[in-house]
Design a protein around this ligand. Structure first.
Ligand code: TRP
Length: 440
């Protein structure tokens, strides 16, 4: 079997992980979650969740992946705990599951990008979303998105994923900064900023029971945690870097890009008098399209905006596909190219129901975020905290150059604080999924 691949550079690894993290979760999901959960108050809880729960949980995945140098399934046996491969199996299933509908949204984005050039959605953005979001054409664009994703992953870790994300992540940042600067200068833009940035503390305190699980869940989704993307990506690290510095950079960059996306979306919505509270999956698409339809040079701005959304979505989709591809080529003597194509084809088929019905699509998204990812994170955190334990600390210490004393504190933080938060989130989100209210 061929030698296992590694990243060419440390920056390449960090950018690939940021590319995975920055995606539809930041530009599409985060604004509508914020709008549905009371604006800036949600942002505050989200920032805390990303730093206090997301960052240590990412380190947990890194310590598994770098030590094992294996895919998400075999990583657990490689470090001595074969029974825990069940968590890896869940990760593989979740990868298939999420990418199947994520790619459908990717297809919507391509249609919006094309529609921007011609101004097709300008007349009636609501109807446009209805037309493009389900049906045979949606299936076709879902196929196009999957094909591009397969193409990048087929090129390999270095020449595909690393090369692509090295170009993609910096362009995402530059373009979003440009759009944000332009957005706040629009009339009404300042109100959008205020809505996004000044929290209503009373609203926050009275809705903590819904805000916390949504914010923690959003942090997991946005940081690509809970299904082994970060285990897989860390398994390609060649030398022992300081994982804490890497994870810290990734979390800061991802959060900053999420906030940047909010700075683009909210001023634009307020400038067009669009109510961000009327949210839902289609909301950001419809309302951004409405905004572009009414702005001077809307074709150009729309194309730039949907172009950046597409790049962000692709750099995340490749990480989802890589989890499954990595498992297959670690275990079978098959070429990366044929595995990428075969797995991509299966995921494409799995996504067809979501491309035909928005209800099915919503159900897939809800099951992923309320059940699969919280279960995955809970199991990974339990494993690292209470089973892998001291060995995880030793792994985290590697590469810290004598500054590794934080590692034991990290372990206790994972054992107590992170575990409590993830179990709480799991319970609240599963009961939410089943329609049970735990609080009156
Ligand atoms: N983090 C990506 C986003 O924000 C989506 C994503 C990629 C993801 N890989 C993941 C989510 C793994 C959960 C698990 O769009």
């Amino acid at each position: 079997m061929a030698q296992r691949e590694t990243w060419a550079t440390r920056v390449g690894f960090i950018l690939a992980a940021v590319g995975s993290a920055v995606g539809l979760g930041n530009i599409w999901r985060f604004p509508y979650m914020t709008a549905e959960n009371g604006g800036a108050a949600f942002v505050v809880v989200y920032l805390l969740a990303a730093g206090l729960i997301g960052l240590p949980a990412m380190l947990a995945e890194f310590t598994i992946g770098r030590k094992a140098k294996k895919n998400v399934f075999d990583a657990f046996s490689s470090i001595g705990f074969p029974a825990w491969r069940i968590v890896g199996l869940l990760g593989l299933v979740t990868g298939f599951w999420i990418l199947s509908y994520y790619s459908v949204v990717g297809g919507w984005v391509i249609q919006y990008l094309l529609g921007s050039f011609t101004g097709t959605y300008f007349g009636d953005p609501g109807t446009f979303f209805g037309d493009i979001s389900t049906g045979p054409t949606t299936v076709a664009y879902h196929a196009v998105f999957m094909l591009i994703t397969v193409g990048i992953v087929a090129l390999g870790v270095k020449d595909g994923i690393e090369a692509a994300t090295k170009a993609m992540v910096p362009s995402i940042v530059v373009i979003l900064v440009g759009l944000a600067v332009w957005g706040v200068t629009l009339p009404g833009g300042a109100e959008g900023l205020a809505y996004f940035l000044s929290p209503d503390i009373d609203a926050l305190l009275s809705n903590l029971d819904t805000i916390i699980p949504f914010a923690v869940g959003q942090a997991f989704f946005s940081l690509s945690l809970g299904m082994g993307v970060m285990i897989t990506y860390a398994s390609y690290i060649g030398e022992d870097d300081n994982l804490a510095v890497d994870a810290g950079s990734i979390v800061v960059l991802n959060t900053a890009i999420g906030v940047l996306a909010g700075l683009v979306v909210f001023p634009l919505l307020f400038a067009q008098n669009v109510d961000p509270g009327e949210a839902g999956a289609g909301a950001v698409f419809v309302s951004m399209a409405t905004a572009f339809g009414e702005l001077p040079a809307g074709e150009l701005i729309g194309a730039v905006f949907f172009g950046v959304v597409l790049v962000a979505a692709l750099s995340s989709a490749i990480s989802l596909l890589e989890v499954v591809v990595s498992y297959t080529i670690d275990n079978y003597d098959v070429s990366r190219v044929s595995v990428s194509v075969a797995v991509g084809a299966i995921i494409f088929l799995l996504g067809i129901p979501s491309a035909l019905s928005l209800d099915t699509f919503g159900l897939y998204d809800e099951i992923a975020n309320s059940l699969l990812l919280p279960t995955g994170v809970t199991l990974i955190v339990t494993f690292v905290g209470w089973v892998y334990g001291r060995d995880a600390v030793a792994e985290l210490r590697q590469g810290t150059g004598g500054f590794g004393s934080f590692a034991s504190t990290w372990l206790w933080h994972v054992r107590v604080v992170v575990l409590t938060a993830v179990v709480g989130t799991l319970v609240l989100s599963v009961s939410e999924l089943l329609g049970i209210s735990l609080f009156g």
